[in-house]
Every structure is written in structure tokens, then in C-alpha cells.
Ligand binder design. Structure first.
Ligand code: ADP
Ligand code: MG
Length: 256
């Protein structure tokens, strides 16, 4: 390929927003030569790679914006440690049809069973599929919304929690809320209703939400919208955190 043509292709690729093609032109030409690729196959290769690079860039950018505490996946989750949890339920969620349907998922159970792990894993999968994600604990969300309200910026702050395709609300129920705080949560839940997905984790059963939100009527209103389209996964098993601690303690005791 003449230098002139290469330079022109690079300029046009850059103008068209195809940076990968601009960078990899020589390798492409070489690969096409070596494997005696047909014209259509060559075009197919170039476009497919450009798309893959673009998807990957978007995935990494969305992951950065998501505020996820880590990026653990379903492959990192040991289902054999929670025999009462049917892996199929989680794998169904991982198809992300609930995200497409703008429905919700709730992961309930005591500490250490992997609620946050699974919520994050589903969020990472959704992120990879091109959905935008935002992760927050319920307490952080309430704190930020309260501060914004006090500063007269509630509408703009609410957008943080309304804009993403998937909002992960972690640790519902760790701290009881006051009525005004619960009201802010209601605003988020009702505004996202049938517009975007929520993945939430809680150590409380839904019947305890009246206490969490300090008001039975408000809790019912929140649950009504949340649960209308919601997969509920209850994980009632041992704590994985404790498993590691107990093995370590046993080892120390054996060594002594
Ligand atoms: P929870 O949110 O239910 O309190 P986490 O998701 O924070 O629990 O899990 C606690 C720790 O144990 C995390 O590091 C998590 O990755 C790990 N963990 C929990 N359950 C499992 C599991 N079944 N397989 C692998 N790691 C697990
Ligand atoms: Mg957790």
C-alpha cells in the first residue's frame, strides 16, 4: 500500500471516529495479505474490531463512573458454599432481561452471604452489555440527597440516582431512617418505577421495612413500586466472611 494512501486512510478513519483502524492499518493490511482475505471478510474484520474496541472503551468508562466497590463477577462466586441458593435464579438474572424490562432485583439475607458480591456481579454484567450503572449504599444516597436538598439542589442530585439504567442500592435496613429521609428514598423509587432497574440488597425482610423507613404507609408505598416487577432472591445460609475467619482460627488453634 502506498504511503500516500495509508496516510489518507488514517486521516479519514480519524475523522470518522475510527481510531482503532487509524492505529492498526498496517497490521490489518498484513493480516489480509497473509490470510488472502476476501473484500467482504476484510471489511467485516475491520468493522467488528472497531466495534469491539468501542464497546470495551464504553464498558471501562461506565465501570469507572459506576462507583462499584469492586468488580467481582459471578464466576468468582462459589455457589457450592450456599447450597440453598439456586444458581439458576442468579443465572436467569444474569441474562439481564430484567434490566431490559426496567424491572428490579432484590437480594435479601444476613451479613456475609454474598448479597453485595452478587449485586456487583450483575451490575458488572449489565455494564458489559452497555448499560450505565450507579452503585450506592442506601445511607450514602440519603446523606447526599439530604445535603442537596438543604442546598436547594435536590432536583439535580436526584438525577444521579435517576439517570443510570441500573441503580444498585446496597445495605437497605442497616440504619433506620427518619421520615424525611424515607421520603427522599420514596422519590427515587417512585421516579425510577418502570423507567430504570434497581438492584437492592437488604439484611431485613420486607415485613421489617416499616421499621427501617420509620413509617408503615411510606414503606408500603415504596414496596408497592419496588416489588411490582421484582425478582426476589433470599439467601439464607452461612457467612462467607466468617468461613474464612473460622478456618484461620482453626488453623491457629491447631498450630498452638
Ligand atoms: P453481604 O453483602 O451479603 O454482607 P458480601 O457480598 O459483602 O456479603 O460478601 C462478603 C465477602 O465474601 C466478599 O468478599 C465476597 O466476595 C465474599 N463472598 C461471599 N459469598 C461468597 C461465595 N459464595 N463465594 C465466593 N465469595 C463469596
Ligand atoms: Mg453487603
Amino acid at each position: 500500500m502506498s504511503q500516500l494512501v495509508s496516510a489518507r486512510i488514517r486521516t479519514m478513519a480519524a475523522k470518522l471516529g475510527l481510531p482503532h483502524l487509524a492505529e492498526s492499518l498496517n497490521q490489518y493490511a498484513q493480516r489480509a495479505d497473509e490470510s488472502k482475505m476476501g473484500y467482504l471478510d476484510f471489511l467485516d474484520l475491520v468493522l467488528a474490531e472497531e466495534l469491539a474496541v468501542r464497546d470495551d472503551r464504553r464498558f471501562r468508562q461506565n465501570l469507572r463512573l459506576s462507583k462499584l466497590p469492586h468488580h467481582k463477577t459471578l464466576d468468582d462466586y462459589d455457589f457450592s458454599f450456599q447450597p440453598e441458593l439456586d444458581p439458576r435464579k442468579i443465572k436467569d438474572l444474569a441474562t439481564l432481561s430484567f434490566v431490559e424490562a426496567k424491572a428490579n432485583a432484590a437480594l435479601l439475607g444476613p451479613p456475609g452471604v454474598g448479597k453485595t458480591h452478587l449485586a456487583v456481579a450483575l451490575a458488572v454484567a449489565a455494564c458489559r452489555a452497555g448499560f450505565s450503572i450507579y452503585f450506592t449504599s442506601l445511607d450514602d444516597m440519603v446523606r447526599h440527597l439530604k445535603a442537596a436538598e438543604a442546598a436547594g439542589r435536590l432536583t439535580s442530585k436526584l438525577r444521579t440516582y435517576l439517570r443510570p439504567s441500573v441503580l444498585v442500592v446496597d445495605e437497605v435496613g442497616y440504619q433506620p431512617l427518619e421520615r424525611a429521609e424515607a421520603n427522599l428514598v420514596f422519590q427515587v423509587i417512585s421516579k425510577r418505577y418502570e423507567k430504570g432497574s434497581i438492584i437492592l440488597t437488604s439484611n431485613k425482610t420486607f415485613s421489617e421495612w416499616g421499621q427501617v423507613f420509620g413509617d408503615e404507609v411510606l414503606a408500603t408505598a415504596i414496596l408497592d413500586r419496588l416489588l411490582h416487577h421484582c425478582d426476589v432472591i433470599s439467601i439464607n445460609g452461612p457467612s462467607y466472611r466468617l468461613k474464612n475467619r473460622l478456618t484461620a482460627i482453626e488453623r491457629e488453634t491447631d498450630a498452638a
